[in-house]
Design a protein around this ligand. Structure first.
Ligand SMILES: Cc1cc2nc3c(=O)[nH]c(=O)nc-3n(C[C@H](O)[C@H](O)[C@H](O)COP(=O)(O)OP(=O)(O)OC[C@H]3O[C@@H](n4cnc5c(N)ncnc54)[C@H](O)[C@@H]3O)c2cc1C
Length: 389
């Protein structure tokens, strides 16, 4: 095993660092879950794209930089190091993009990927329905074929960024007599199509981070189908693999938080405040776990570069990063003590940072991308081979 970087990789890192240092906004952008913040984040994405850094591992003809996944990991490290804005089109670039790369026709790749890389088209993910969350095979929204169109009816919910996105990808029941995961088709739907109603949902912080999406006789061309008809489940499982197993949460995100946690510990210590030894242990553990996650991801990427695929082990990954994120934020709140509960505008909140906000979001990690209970079921059945009942 060789854990050192080649001279090409070091040059790539230096180039990324230089560009990011010159371009990353000096002030944080407003939240991407507000209309103004969404616009500002899209503008940032356009700039990133103009510099050739929007989606480094994609082929150049699809808006990428033609780099490989190892270089993408390096870019992510530099991206977080530079404190660059969150990726407003993460559902597109990290989830749908790789899925189109695997299942899309040449026409679909040319049509969707470049505008996805640039974020001229921002995507929402439409899996969940009011009666289909963990039990995704219970999807009821339908798409009936009428000539050369699908006619879509039904409802999706919890679509992140759905309030402002341009497109939605989702699964719809195309065989009305089918049950469970059979008879579902993966379809790409423009959110400005006639018959689509997007109703924003306010989150805990009052921002419209989600949306419900209603479909009333929405006509979508058959060519918007991704993969084979009624094979949507397999296509969606590939999307979920990318989401849980690699792209949604790159290790740099957690290394960055671990680094800030160590800094916070040092500040509290320098203030002469007494620190519970359990918190000190937790800081060290979080740092080690972030490093372990990084090494594990490098191993995954090496496997993929050697022709491997992401399998059920993506569920182990998802549990690990989501639980680590909660622990890191809980540890930070413990170090800050009662001050942790202050909102950023409060007079005594200096130095508190955005740990509270991060904590609230971290709490959703064990829920989104498939709950951790469901991931444990997958591990039990598919990795450990335990009986279903
Ligand atoms: C921040 C965030 C972003 C999201 N973004 C999107 C998005 O963009 N698009 C989208 O489609 N959805 C999105 N979701 C929705 C998410 O996918 C669902 O919340 C999740 O799949 C759980 O479904 P549910 O909320 O209906 O809960 P339920 O399925 O009703 O589950 C309730 C509880 O029961 C447990 N449970 C259910 N079944 C089992 C089982 N078989 N074994 C053990 N325990 C079980 C669950 O683990 C959970 O604790 C998002 C959610 C969050 C929190």
């Amino acid at each position: 095993m060789d854990l050192s970087y080649s001279s090409e990789q070091q040059a790539f890192r230096a180039e990324a660092r230089e560009w990011l240092e010159a371009h990353v906004p000096k002030q944080p952008l407003p939240s991407l879950d507000t209309a103004a913040g969404f616009r500002a984040h899209r503008e940032w994405e356009l700039e990133l794209n103009a510099g050739g850094w929007a989606m480094v591992p994609w082929p150049v003809e699809y808006g990428g930089r033609g780099a490989n996944l190892l270089e993408w990991l390096i870019f992510e490290e530099e991206y977080y190091r530079a404190g660059a804005p969150g990726r407003v089109n993460q559902n597109g670039i990290f989830l749908l993009g790789p899925t189109i790369m695997e299942y899309g026709t040449p026409e679909q790749k040319a049509r969707y990927l470049p505008k996805m890389a640039s974020s001229e088209e921002v995507w929402a993910q439409g899996w969940s329905e009011p009666n289909a969350g963990s039990d995704m095979a219970a999807i009821q929204a339908t798409a009936a074929i009428d000539g050369d169109h699908y006619v879509i009816n039904g409802q999706k919910t919890w679509a992140s960024r759905g309030a402002y996105a341009d497109w939605l990808f989702g699964m719809f029941r195309t065989d009305p007599d089918s049950e469970r995961h059979k008879g579902l088709t993966f379809i790409l739907v423009p959110l400005d199509a006639e018959g689509v109603t997007v109703r924003p949902i306010e989150q805990l912080d009052g921002e419209a981070g989600f949306a419900e999406v209603f479909f009333d006789d929405v006509r979508v061309p058959l060519e918007n189908r991704l993969g084979e008809s009624e094979q949507g489940w397999s296509v969606a499982m590939a999307t979920a693999g990318f989401e849980r197993g690699l792209m949604l949460r790159s290790p740099a995100r957690f290394q960055n938080t671990a680094h800030k946690l160590v800094e916070l510990y040092r500040e509290v210590e320098a203030n002469g405040d007494e620190i519970d030894p359990c918190l000190r242990d937790s800081v060290a553990r979080c740092w080690m776990d972030a490093e372990a996650y990084t090494l594990n991801t490098y191993q995954t990427v090496s496997r993929l570069l050697a022709g491997g695929k992401i399998g059920a082990e993506a569920s182990l990954n998802k549990i690990f990063w989501s639980e680590l994120d909660v622990t890191m934020h809980e540890t930070a709140l413990g170090l800050l003590g009662a001050r942790a509960e202050l909102l950023p505008g409060a007079s005594a909140a200096e130095g508190v940072g955005d740990w509270l906000d991060g904590f609230l979001f971290a709490l959703s990690g064990p829920i989104y991308a498939g709950t951790n209970e469901v991931q444990r079921n997958i591990i039990a059945e598919r990795i450990l081979g335990l009986p279903r009942k």
